[in-house]
Design a protein around this ligand. Structure first.
Ligand SMILES: Nc1ncnc2c1ncn2[C@@H]1O[C@H](COP(=O)(O)OP(=O)(O)OP(=O)(O)O)[C@@H](O)[C@H]1O
Ligand SMILES: [Mg+2]
Length: 385
């Protein structure tokens, strides 16, 4: 029984989110349920509220509720519960001053852990007398790198279609970064012609902000996906080092929900830095023997370099189909990492778009798509659940 931390649940008794909290609340001694209209009165009572849990309510002023809590009691930590993932709303509630957004019942197990963690933080912070909210501001950006040790495995096609799909089929803010500093590549699949590139951030890289980034990104015209293009210049590429890449990725992480990286197949200091920053690495492989051999040596190299691939690497099988030398199952016998998805080969489908300089995806929830895009669409939708 947790006797120390005081909770205030903001919602009504008939809220289904509240109904699902019974077991969780039974482990707390000090908690109370109030409606939004009586919340201020409760917060102004003598005892300090450590954590306020705001339950989503349709047509209610969810953001205002959070802002009012922060105004009335700045040291109270605010957590928001909702039954669905909504990136747009998540961003807004974080901006309003909440420090976490949990989806119930999907993340029910997380709730106890998070509240316990926050309870301890609030206690420590109050003892120190500080009210710095920065301790809590949790970045939500997830960095996803696409990589293959073998050129031509589909890394660029898959990463750019993945980023576009994520942008079109969800409310998430997404940025795609082309780290092929010498040759580029994503501009071909997205039909972007532009001069701006990620090198233009050089003068501000030490104090890089959201608006700096958005001044340099190109917006893909259909999905409005933000893209940081490659300078496509070997000499300029040399001026970009590990520190630059890390700063760039970390800044993007603060401004976007997903940061998608197209990493070149040769491992140098910049591609290594990118993979070090990644929360997830999707290794693209075609189902044939030479690709497996290369995978094995990459695996060893990454491990030697200290990247924890056991925790973050998954395999994307590309150009699967009847003509392939091996099946996904065969690959699974040689490779001990989870297989995230198998993407079919569809040469005609892909060429049709490249020849027209048009991106493969153009609108949300499209039906008539080449097989590659269809497979990626299914995959992304399963990841978003
Ligand atoms: N599933 C697929 N179906 C049909 N064509 C594909 C598929 N995957 C990749 N391709 C084609 O294979 C070629 C290589 O793909 P892509 O440029 O994405 O690979 P890459 O790994 O980024 O290569 P590089 O090493 O040059 O950066 C392209 O012409 C692309 O259109
Ligand atoms: Mg490429």
């Amino acid at each position: 029984m947790n006797q120390d931390v005081s909770l205030l649940i903001i919602g009504d008794e008939d809220n289904p989110l509240y109904a699902g909290m019974g077991e969780f609340l039974s482990s707390y001694l000090k908690w109370e349920l109030v409606s939004a209209s009586r919340m201020v009165e409760q917060l102004e009572k003598e005892e300090h509220t450590d954590i306020a849990i705001v339950l989503y309510r349709q047509e209610a002023a969810n953001l205002e509720v959070i802002q009012t809590i922060k105004k009335t009691s700045p040291t109270t930590a605010v957590v928001f519960l909702h039954h669905v993932q909504d990136f747009q709303l998540a961003r807004e509630i974080l901006r309003a001053g909440a420090i976490d957004y949990l989806v119930i019942p999907d993340e029910k197990e997380l709730l106890s852990d998070r509240i316990e963690f926050l309870g301890n933080m609030v206690k420590v912070r109050n003892k120190q007398g500080g009210a710095s909210s920065s301790v809590f501001s949790k970045g939500r950006g997830e960095v996803i790198a696409f990589y293959s040790g073998k050129g031509g495995s589909g890394t660029t096609l898959i990463s750019s279609t993945f980023a576009q799909t994520l942008k079109l089929d969800s409310t998430a803010e997404v940025v795609l970064i082309d780290l092929n500093l010498q040759y580029g590549g994503v501009e071909t699949y997205l039909g972007i012609e532009a001069n701006r590139s990620l090198v233009d951030l050089k003068p501000v890289i030490h104090e890089i902000s959201d608006s700096h980034i958005r001044n340099v990104t190109e917006k893909e015209r259909f999905s409005k996906l933000e893209v940081l293009l490659s300078p496509r210049d070997a000499e300029i590429a040399e001026a970009i080092d590990e520190d630059y890449i890390k700063r760039l990725i970390r800044a993007c992480k603060r401004s976007f929900d997903f940061v998608i990286l197209d990493v070149p197949s040769h491992i140098d200091i910049t591609s290594f830095a990118a993979m070090e920053e990644a929360d997830k690495i999707f290794y693209c492989i075609t189902p044939d023997t030479p690709s497996i051999r290369i995978f094995k040596s990459v695996e060893e190299l990454l491990k030697r370099l200290g990247i924890h691939i056991d925790e973050c690497l998954e395999v994307v099988v590309n150009q699967a189909g009847k003509e392939a030398e091996l099946t996904g199952k065969d690959l699974g016998r040689f490779i001990q990492y989870p297989i995230a998805i198998e993407i079919k080969k569809d040469v005609k489908g892909v060429l049709h778009f490249i020849n027209k300089s048009e991106p493969i995806r153009k609108e949300a929830k499209e039906k008539r798509l080449p097989l590659v895009a269809k497979d990626i669409q299914k995959w992304v939708s399963s990841l978003l659940k």
